[in-house]
Design a protein around this ligand. Sequence first.
Ligand code: UD1
Ligand code: CA
Length: 454
Amino acid sequence: MSLDIVILAAGQGTRMRSALPKVLHPLAGKSMLGHVLDTARQLQPQDIHVVIGHGAEQVRERLAADDLSFVLQAEQLGTGHAVAQALPGLSAERVLILYGDVPLIEAATLERLLAKVGPQQLALLTVELPDPTGYGRILRDANGVVTAIVEHKDATPAQRAIREGNTGILAVPGKRLAEWLARLSNDNVQGEYYLTDVIAMAVADGLVVATEQAHDAMEVQGANDRIQLAELERHYQQRAARRLMAAGVTLRDPARFDVRGEVTVGRDVLIDVNVILEGRVVIEDNVEIGPNCVIRNSTLRRGAVVKANSHLDGAELGEGADCGPFARLRPGTVLGAKAHVGNFVEVKNARLGEGSKAGHLTYLGDAEIGANCNIGAGTITCNYDGANKHRTVLGDEVFIGSNNSLVAPLTIGAGSTTGAGSTVTQDVPAQSLAIGRAKQRNIDGWQRPLKSKK
Ligand code: UD1
Ligand code: CA
């Protein structure tokens, strides 16, 4: 049976106290609405309709994609009114309603819900709550058959005692929706067109209302303020941590670990506290990551080690390579197998061949470094002339003395050596020594200047 999905995302989100539309607030590095869209896509609907209103332009700009239709709800007159705005674009046999501010809903739960909707049946996702204040309540008759939903504000004290709440998520037969929505009235305490009134109409028309529950109540939790958003974030991170541990990762403390993207892990990976993984991160077997590291869009090959306080972005560490503590690897960094980058070393758009080392206080930018090179402490590739970037190319087995300035464009042939303190401006042939520094002279009996007396 075909499926259309409508995502409600027009509300203001006043309690966020933010210039950013509520549904664009990030959870685990991605907007709440982005999470809902990803889940919606997993259900392979024929269309996804996003109802936008507050901050409509920003939402559209941020999330525009070929498979999305945006529908403007200029005035927020209620959830029923919101769905009605999407009606002209709906044609599928089933319509699923989701919310842009309920980000943790899972595809598996929605699949179970969708299994229950049919031409003569609605499917409603409900939740048992210790305190259902604010939620619509599910009304059932003596036989437990759903008859209606009553909003909290419209409910009698007896109805308010019902603990089964409406999550808002429901699936309906597409054919009937238009006629039900057309019959909604706003004659209620809030003066809104309630989507929930559709339930009683369906029952009156002889349809059955089936219910389904999420296994995890956080799946159906919305974020109305930053406190709820933080709770959802922690829940998401706990889930992510458990998933990685189940896959063979030791997390020194699952509560001090954050994933903001897609992570692939091997086995026997060790991750110390306060590590943040962002974007696409690939971690192969036996990798170790020390405390306080940020690693984004990077690949760590088998046995690589990232030591404490390192920051990686767009980097690749070869098998058994290591970096840090306090390494900064920027986009385009590729460390060959067993290469080593030590403390206070910044690398950008540079390759270090197998076994090469840059141990201390160095900047390597726009460089191609062969295998088994040693880059002395304090070496700087002078890659930028104020207008253009230039490359530094080192053959295999090059030894760069400490405190060198390698003025690019520059090529140093295999097996060559540069003296400590050299400013190297000319290419160096293979198997030679380059010394580019002032010759030392000593002056006998040199008197230091004396401080003048006042
Ligand atoms: C709604 C349900 C309630 C349920 C609760 C769960 C209705 C009438 N009530 O109540 O039964 O228990 O959710 O959280 O549906 N929105 C629009 N346009 C509008 C109005 C709302 O896009 O005109 C969006 C909001 O941005 C929000 C969602 O719909 O994401 C829910 O709206 P809200 O006003 O918060 O509904 P509740 O009163 O919480
Ligand atoms: Ca709400």
